[in-house]
Structure formats: C-alpha cells, structure tokens
Design a protein around this ligand. Sequence first.
Ligand code: GAL
Length: 349
Amino acid sequence: MKKSLLLLLVVVMLFSAVSAISAADKPLAGVIWYNFADTFIQNARQSLLNVAKADGTIEITDADSNNDVATQTNNINNMFAQGVKYLVLNNINTNAISEICEQAKAEGVTTIFANTDSPSDEDFANYENLYLVTSRATQSGTIMGEAVAKYWKEHPEADRNGNGKLDYIMLLGFTWHYDTRVRAENSIKAVEDAGIETSRIGGELIAEYNRGKAQEMVAALLANYSDDIDAVFACNDDMALGAIEALKAGGFFKDEKTYIPVCGVDATAVGVDALKDGTLLVTSLNNPVKLGKAVYKTMWLLENGKEVTTETLGMDGVEVEGHRIWINYTPITKDNIEDAKYDITDPSF
Ligand code: GAL
C-alpha cells in the first residue's frame, strides 16, 4: 500500500474513534411522546430535536408511544436499558405516575414529565430529580369561555332554540389528560361566571384530540340537535376543525345566519387558517416551540450544574414554581393572528 494511502487510512480511523468517543460521552436524553402523529406533539418534537442538534450538549433519542400505554411502558424500559441520563415523558399512564417516579429514582434518571398531568407534591418530595414542563391549561379554558360569553351577549340570535340557555357541545381529548379536564371545566366556568346558563349536548365526547373522530361525533349529533347547538368547545384545534367540517356539511357556515361559534386551543397553522376564513371564533397559542425549548433548557441547566428558575430559564411567558415549569397561553382571534407565530426551526434557547 502506498505510504500516503496508509496515512489517510490511519487519519480516518483516528477521526472515527474520536467522534465515537465524544458521541458516547454526551449525556443522552430519552424522549417519549404519546403520539408522533398529533399535530401539536409533532411540532414540539421537531423543535426539541432542532434545538438539541444545534446546541450539541445533550443527545436526544426519541420514541413514539402510539397512544398506547403498553407501548409507553416498553419505551420507558428501553430508555432505561439504553442508560439514558434524562427521561422526558409525555405520559399517558396517569394511574402510574408515582410508580414511574419510583422507577426513575431507582434508575437514578432525572425525569421530566412533559405536556401531561403533574406528579403529586408527594412524588416531588420523594425524588429530587423530578420536573414537570407543561402549559397552564386553565388559561386556555378561560379564553374559550370568555370569547363565547362575549359572542353570546353581542348576538341575541345565538340562542338558536330560544331556551335562554347556551346549549353546547364539548369535544374532549383524553379524559385522563390534565389539559382536557382543565380546559373543559374552565371554559364552562367562564361562561357561567358571565351569568349565562348552560346545557351540554351529547354528554362526554372523547374525540382523543383527533379531527376525524370529532367530525364523526358532531355529524352524529346534528341528526337530533341541529336546531339546538349554540356553540362548540373543542379541547384542541384539530377537533375544532373536525367540528367545523361536520357543521359545514350540515348546512352551517354559509352566511352570518348559519354561523355557530366554535373554539379551539393550540393555534396550529390550520387553526389559524380557520380564524382567517371566519369559521373558528377563538383559539389560544399553546406554543410547541416553548415546550420543546423549555424541556431542553431544563436539561441544559441541570447539565451545567445550575438551578432551574424563571430567571435561569429566561423564557418569555414561562414560569417556574418549585420543580414545575409552566408555559402561558396567548389568546388568538382573527384580530391578532400575527401573535400565533412560532418557528420550529429556531435553534436558540
Ligand atoms: C395538548 C394539545 C393537544 C394535544 C395534547 C396531547 O396540550 O393542546 O392538541 O397535542 O396536548 O397531549
């Protein structure tokens, strides 16, 4: 072999050995999302991957639970088996929160519950390396309720069957999910706090944050309640869009007279389009980029031996209370669509 070729080979081998060592040296974070196909989760996931890639301090490996508890359990065990230093869990096994915290403690893995129900005060007291990063869902509920109350007061014809009550449909995500429970409760609370009597149509409609499921449910209700429905509350934009589709097919949204207030949460791109075309009444920005970045920055601070506080996190609209990190919402209507912007490719944090 020629001398120069040999030299090149040695250099290449050295280079790959060094990069293998440095990759292995990097702390690994195992991130488990409940469903890669969920619009909001898709954006949060991408943002976290982009920030991590650009920064390079912490390596990410992620997994999809496909909306299945058993798959999530497998994912958690796989992450521990891979020796992750951090576990980020978009948990769907609400009944097992304490158990998961115990397992994480036994494994010595710093764990961040993300965009999900919070571990209890006791769980936090039992394990010092436990965190929560999620949005303040109460706000998103209140934003929907206040917008519908305002609409109702400004439009006497909004009481379509004239019974003096706001007859509404409530589209729920998952009943176990903090966001769903709190959004549903607080939206109706805001309407009732405005002095409006309410009546729910169709009972508990669990559409799993899914557009198609919501569309089917609303279409089915139209058969009996087409003259009664005064408003639709949807615990996310995807479900609101499904409701709008069904209502359109049922003869609504042709003109002002056939308008029905529908509200959502997230301010996804398609949600914002529906505000623009005058179908969706209101949504609120649940910023997936802030979720991705707050998760990354929390790990980054810990990795650098720093405490996680509102100041060290340094993100607008993100507040730290103990080990709970809360992301605020922004109300979005057709009048402030520009506030719904976020950039999932932005690597800064
Ligand atoms: C919520 C979001 C929903 C859905 C859900 C999944 O915060 O608003 O659209 O993504 O999380 O856990």
